[in-house]
Design a binder for this molecule. Sequence first.
Ligand code: GDP
Length: 366
Amino acid sequence: MTDRLKCIGCGAILQSEDANAAGYVPQSSLHKEDVICKRCFRLKHYNEVQDVGMDSDDFLTLLNGLSDKQGIVVNLVDVFDFEGSFIHAIKRIVGNKKIILAANKIDLLPKQINKRRVTEWLRRSAKEYGLYPEDVVLLSATKGYGIEDLMQAIEKYRAAQDVYIVGTTNVGKSTLVNRLIEESVGEKDVITTSKVPGTTLDMIDIPLDEQSYMYDTPGVIQAHQMTHYVTTKELNTIMPKKEIKQRVFQLNEQQTLFFGGLARIDYISGGKRPLICYFSNELHIHRTKLEKADQLWQEQIGGLLAPPSRPEHFDFERLKRVELQTQSGKQDVMISGLGFITIAEGAEVVVTVPENVDVTLRPSIM
Ligand code: GDP
């Protein structure tokens, strides 16, 4: 009877005859509920299970560890900060593996979003990096939304192989992995860690079936694009915590909106119209006349126009002006790491941001 019990950590059949073979547990533990084998026990208790951050060298080592493995990749990104959370070297990790793009924190976007358009935009953006995901899944790891869809997609594409979850730090990988464990095993603590061969990096394994595992790879650290200009505390006000409320500004031509003191959009021409802003609810948006905008920015940065509250590192010499013309229906002007503005077609705008911040247009997801 007992020989059919499996370790809930690694799936090996439990036995108490051979201490050096897989699935060994002392006889005394064999009849307990939720037994893990000695190896898993040791990994769990003597190797700290932590999500270690990695710099890019470590990451390259990990890449080499993964590239010759079989399996599929789940790439987790932050739907509110795609550019900032996307691993640019992902194509190399993935190689010929199938990939599922999982966009987390969907709960931050207003409920009225058009999910199909969000998915299309993510697919198009991935393609720009040479990535062709089998599936794109919208998720909220904290709210539990989309978890079932992700599990189904994984089962559909993994073909009995291992699954590697990759993502930058802060995209919500730990939260997701805990969810997946709860949903799939109904247990909170069944993970063990293992090393990526040839490296000192730990990965966390979750058993999927008798031969396959899901590996939670360590998060790749990627500095937020606004890190250079704001404090960690201010970064928290820029990054939304709750569902974003739209803020509508009826603008006349030649008016400007400031997003804190970090970015601005000048509305040049296109008649009186609404600019619908989607930014962290805590970020102050200030409207002014275009003719006053330059001077106001210089004088009020750190004051009326904050964050940054301490603008020593905000270099007015290193700003970028991006001229845009909205087309075909509505478009979203995206300011990477900050938010987006929905504008109907036929508007001419200029966005000014620090030079390393990306500004792009997409067909509106609203
Ligand atoms: P990791 O660094 O990728 O492991 O990320 P964590 O799981 O530690 O999450 C980073 C931050 O994002 C935490 O503050 C989480 O509460 C938050 N977070 C994770 N998932 C979600 C989500 O689905 N929605 C929202 N709004 N926040 C999330």
